[in-house]
Design a binder for this molecule. Structure first.
Ligand code: DQA
Length: 146
């Protein structure tokens, strides 16, 4: 079972960016932790990050063909709140998809309360820091092994 973990804009700045919101760890730190957790739970992982909306759409489109993924964990950053293109890309792919956020977006500014991706995902996990990614991997495993 393979999970494609996709991170969107500004998540490459973790560790330097708004540490009081997103913590001290870099994206590389978090990816390593998620990969180890997933492996311990019988899942392979591959990681992709881009600041570009089109590249994120392509990663989602190619999740099955190129990445051979069985599920997608997606932190689309601010694109979550307005990218209908990314929402449509998710609708093209018929594998489990989980939207994640490091912060609790519902406890933050109002524009972050809206997701235009969630309707095309199996579910949403937010507010648990790096653990949001791990919980999403487990959620996908549960869907696929039910
Ligand atoms: C985020 C929340 C988004 O609102 C924000 O734009 C991000 C990160 C999170 O992981 O908490 O870039 O997706």
């Amino acid at each position: 079972m393979k999970i494609l973990v996709i991170n969107g804009p500004n998540l490459n700045m973790l560790g330097a960016r708004e540490k009081e919101v997103y913590g001290e760890r870099t994206l590389a730190d978090i990816n390593a932790e998620v990969a180890a957790f997933a492996a311990a739970n019988g899942m392979d992982t591959e990681f992709f990050q881009s600041n570009c909306e089109g590249e994120l759409c392509e990663a989602v489109q190619q999740s099955v063909s190129r990445y051979k993924a069985d599920g997608i964990v997606l932190n689309a950053g601010a694109y979550t709140h307005y990218s209908h293109a990314l929402g449509d890309a998710l609708a093209c792919v018929r594998i489990p998809k989980v939207e994640v956020h490091i912060s609790n977006v519902h406890a933050r500014e109002e524009f972050r309360h809206v997701s235009v991706l969630a309707r095309n995902c199996s579910g949403v996990i937010c507010g648990f820091g790096a653990d949001s990614y791990k919980l999403a991997c487990l959620a996908i495993k549960n869907i696929l092994t039910k």
